[in-house]
Design a protein around this ligand. Structure first.
Ligand code: LLP
Length: 419
């Protein structure tokens, strides 16, 4: 459930008409609903309420806006981060360092050092060598780094190939069959407290069975490691729950996920860590755009909007579907292609879509744009970096400015040898 609804024929974000935001901030612009963020965080936490010991670390790659992180920090969420920049964001939003999990397949030594300095709560190791380097860095500081080993359980998550992470050929984690050996070698190192296992098999999952299969393998591994004398007190179950992008296509509810986790992990006697991203923020955001032209096409018209693939990359990258709705629908429908102004055929949001009839100047939204939307935006074609707004009841605020080409050009320079 979200708080983007029609009132008197006008799409609102909570109590604010989208038309007011377009007038004040211009388009394209991402709009987040605080009430929706809070609701999703609550629903996810409730789904895990029967688990004895757990921590939810929001995967901030899905939406790293500081205001969004602030809302989630107030709900008791920590952060799952994958770069020094994401650590800085989580801290800037007021998250405690001990509530931060540092994932990422290619953490640099400088990033590991920064994370140690900050006192990050958990490092998710991606390879044996990383564990050795982390131990050495921590030792030099007189610290002990708390870590878990990410394993690749070799299950097919059944999602888009580009967001699937748990197959043996993917770059993530160590083969589950190598885990015991790596544990044996790393667990003796001073400076490192290797205390558990992590896995994450993919994103936008619509089926709980691959997750359950992966978790069952982790359970067997935990037993095997304990039998070998290791103390295992943490398991990180990753993220991945899907969200409904298209009306009528409904993913498993967080409650079903929570029930599955409770069943599979019964008796594990560990702290369970979770790294949800999309399920928390996906439907808490929309991308508001204005129709520039309705351009006649051979088979059907092209609705050219002022948002493009640089603002919302998901359709171009993953053939992703985002519902498109007029802000003030006139009751009529049309079948059209929807595209942005970028000079690439891939800058197409939909082909042959049955949509609200629109004409040039009309406002419309792409729904379910709160996850992997603004965070993946670029300035390709020297377009401005898309701004973000948060709505809270009757009020709204710009939470990320539109960065204009002038600002970006100012960071570039012509070297002396070209003068
Ligand atoms: N934990 C790890 C280690 C991850 O790699 C990810 C996502 C998550 C948690 C959060 O997964 P979620 O709950 O959001 O599914 N840009 C793509 C999605 C990339 C996901 C990458 N990893 C998209 O727009 O669909």
């Amino acid at each position: 459930m979200d708080h983007f609804d029609y009132r008197d024929g006008v799409l609102h974000a909570e109590n604010v008409p989208m038309t007011a935001i377009a007038e004040a901030v211009g388009t394209p612009v991402y709009i987040y609903s605080r009430a929706t963020l809070e609701r999703h965080a609550q629903v996810f936490a409730d789904a895990l309420s029967t688990l004895p010991d757990k921590h939810i670390a929001f995967a901030i790659k899905a939406n790293p806006n500081i205001a969004v992180l602030k809302v989630l920090a107030r709900q008791g969420f920590g952060a799952d981060v994958v770069s020094g920049g994401e650590i800085a964001r989580a801290l800037a939003a007021g998250m405690k360092a001990e509530d931060i999990v540092f994932s990422g397949v290619g953490k640099t030594r400088a990033e590991l050092q920064y994370a140690l300095d900050a006192g990050i709560g958990q490092f998710n190791l991606e390879l044996e060598e990383e564990g050795a380097v982390l131990a050495e860095l921590a030792r030099a500081m007189g610290k002990t780094a708390s870590a878990v080993l990410r394993v690749n359980p070799d299950v097919d998550a059944g999602t888009h190939a580009k967001i699937s992470t748990g197959k043996s050929e993917n770059k993530f984690g160590v083969p589950i069959s190598d885990a015991a050996g790596i544990f044996a070698r790393l667990s003796g190192l001073a400076g490192l407290n290797l205390r558990g296992i992590a896995c994450h098999i993919g994103s936008q999952l619509f089926d709980l069975k691959p997750l359950e299969a992966a978790y069952a393998r982790i359970g067997e591994l935990v037993a095997e490691l304990r039998a070998a004398g290791h103390v295992i007190d943490r398991v990180d179950l990753g993220g991945g729950l899907g969200v409904p992008y298209e009306r009528g296509k409904v993913p498993p509810a967080p409650a079903e996920y929570g029930a599955m986790v409770a069943r599979v992990t019964r008796g594990w006697d560990v702290k369970l860590m979770f790294e949800p991203g999309r399920v928390i923020v996906g439907n808490a955001g929309v991308l508001l755009t204005r129709v520039i032209w309705v351009k006649p096409g051979v088979a059907r018209p092209y609705v050219i909007v002022d948002a493009a693939m640089n603002d919302l990359a998901r359709p171009a990258m993953y053939d992703a579907w985002h519902d498109f709705e007029a802000v003030v629908p006139n009751g009529e429908r049309m079948v059209a292609n929807i595209a942005g102004p970028v000079c690439e055929t891939g800058d197409t949001f939909a082909m042959g879509r049955d949509i609200d009839a629109v004409q040039s100047g009309d406002l419309a939204v792409f729904r379910t744009a709160g996850a992997y939307g603004a965070t993946m935006a670029s300035t390709y074609n020297s377009r401005p970096l898309v701004p973000e707004v948060m709505v809270d009841g009757n009020q709204f605020a710009v939470v990320a400015d539109r960065i204009l080409p002038e600002t970006i050009i100012a960071a570039e320079c012509v070297p002396d040898f070209l003068k």
